[in-house]
Design a protein around this ligand. Sequence first.
Ligand code: DLL
Length: 433
Amino acid sequence: MIFNPEYECMDGQARKKLQLAALKNLVETVYSKVPFYRKKFEEAKITPRDIHSIEDIQKLPFTTKDDLRDNYPYGLRACPQDRIVEVHMSSGTTGKPVVNEYTIKDVDIWRQAMARTLAGAGCTKDDIVQNCYGYGLFTGGAGAHYGALTIGAEVLPMSSGNTERQLMVLRDFGSTLLTSTPSYALYLAEEAAEAGIDLRGLPISKGCFGAEPWSENMRGQIESRYNMKAYDIYGLTEIIGPGVAFECEAQHGLHVNEDMFYPEIIDPATGKTLPIGEKGELVFTTITREGTPLLRYRTRDITCFINEPCSCGRTTIRMHRLFGRTDDMLIIRGVNVFPSQIEHALIEIEGTEPQYLIIVNRGESHLDEVELQVEVKKELFSDETRGLENLRSRIEQIMKSKLQISLKVKLVEPKTIERSIGKAKRVIDNRVI
Ligand code: DLL
């Protein structure tokens, strides 16, 4: 089902006109309302009057994750505070989270974007959506919730976790559409098998999965265990949350909601825009946003555009499912984690050395497990073991509060972790996805 054929199937030239008008409006706003952007424009010696065509977007400065960190928490707000109605957050590189503030119009855009997304997977008002994305500062829960309401479907606001109750609801409430991270969907399937629940016999027939990398192999597993069609959905906190791009029934690339979020693909080394079809870093300008709009935000996600017409009838540009990232961000149980956050936290913990190694595994259960090896001062090893045990559990607690994930800490003696002559190797990611 196409939720909004007027916009999703729009003629390309008409869409370009719309994008240009929205871009001009946005550029005027950030130039006059956001000192950070005013300064960037001055440095680049441009003004809003330099934007005449959509291609002129290439004259505009990029925005990076570091810019968001430097302007934490409200420095990029482009409207008065009393117009903000909702806030979401995700991890930044060194402890300062990335903040996104929404006006009511932004929430409306999000609702529409997610309604298109769920409709892409065939969701109608007859569906019962079991929403297992986390509710809270993470965008997944709220985004899927808004989208389902906008379609008029019934939402079961489960949030993540509490597997036993998830399975009870899945079996007893007749859920027809599952929204969760793909790894959680597989974990649930595993637990269902243990509990003797035959998922293939339940009404659940489609799922919208994203927020972390997954593969065709995982798609196949999910589809066969649930007897469902599994769709890839993409988004990020900085831009809106989920709802930036989604698969339709053709499952051949993700349609970008480009009338809302203008996409570009650039060479991450030079910043130059790449021709359609070439792989590079995905960049978005939030042409319709009001709260914290961003110009040419560098996502660090790697993909390419697919320019052939899609059999579904939508005319929006599609992006290939992600190939990876340009940085070292890990996604663990759906939570973004930067090794630099761990490093920062360790510096403040007495007794530890700044040498650590993160080992990530995906266990039998399909959930991510993390071991953090930390070198500790020599003296501690000659102490009684209670001291070591206290330190170990203190690090675990600190990491839990700073990173929002549980990891297992293993304390090791100085010089145990292999040194490298080049870039230090901080992560061993053993996950096969
Ligand atoms: O993960 C938003 C979201 C929620 C998307 C629910 C889909 C479903 P963040 O926590 O800010 O936002 O993380 C954004 O996650 O830059 C990608 O690297 C990664 N990511 C998101 N969707 C996918 C996907 C949400 N379908 C970061 N495939 C992004 C691979 C994804 N990676």
